[in-house]
Design a protein around this ligand. Sequence first.
Ligand code: DX5
Ligand code: ZN
Length: 216
Amino acid sequence: MPLIAPSLLAADFLHLEAVCKMVDESDADWFHLDVMDGRFVPNISFGIPIIEHIRKESKKIFDVHLMIEEPEKLTPAFKKAGADILIVHLETCRNLHSNIQQIRALGMKPAVAINPHTPVDSLKDILADLYHVLVMSVNPGFGGQSFIPHSLEKVREMKKMIQKTGKDILIEVDGGITLENAPALVEAGADILVAGSSIFQSKDPKETIRLMKRIA
Ligand code: DX5
Ligand code: ZN
C-alpha cells in the first residue's frame, strides 16, 4: 500500500480551508506542498505565509518540495512555517551534504529530488543520509503535465540502489501520476505517490485518494 501525498498546487486556492478539510478527512498520508521561485523553475507558486496558514488547518504530515535556488537560506523559515519533511533538489545544492545536515538539525526529515535528466546514481553518496528520495516524473514547475515513461525505469534502478544500502529509504514519485499509471509505479518500488491534477480535478477527490491508496 503506497503512501499518498496530494499536491496542493492543483487545488482551488480560493478555498484553502475546504481543501485542507478534504485532505485531512481523506486517506491521504502526507500533504505535498510545491514551492517555486521562478529561478530554478520557470514558475512561481506559493511560499512560507501560505504554508503557515494551512498548518493551522491540517494535521497531515507536510511534505514540502522546494524548487528554489539556495534552499539553505530559507530552511529555518520552512521549519517555523510547519514543514515536517523538506525536499531539496540535487540540481540546486552545491553543498548537498551540509544542507541535509541542516534540515536534520532543525528537526525535519530530509529528502532529495532529482529531475528527469539526472541519473539515479548521482544520489549514491548521499543516499544513506536521507529519509526519502524523490524521482521527478515530469520537469518541475507545473502541474498537469504528462508522466515521463522512463521514470518507471529510474524507480526500479533507485530501488536496487537502496536495497544495497540495507536501509529503509523511501521512494517518492511526483508528476503526472494517475490511477492508471500508479500500479506500475508501486510495482517498480514507489512508496509515496504525489498527485495533483488527477486528485483535485476528479469528480470525487476523496474517493480518488482512497482508490490510489488501495493499490497493492
Ligand atoms: C511539479 C510539482 C508536482 C505537481 C504534480 O513541479 O512538483 O508536485 O504538483 O502535479 P500533477 O500531479 O498534476 O502532475
Ligand atoms: Zn512536487
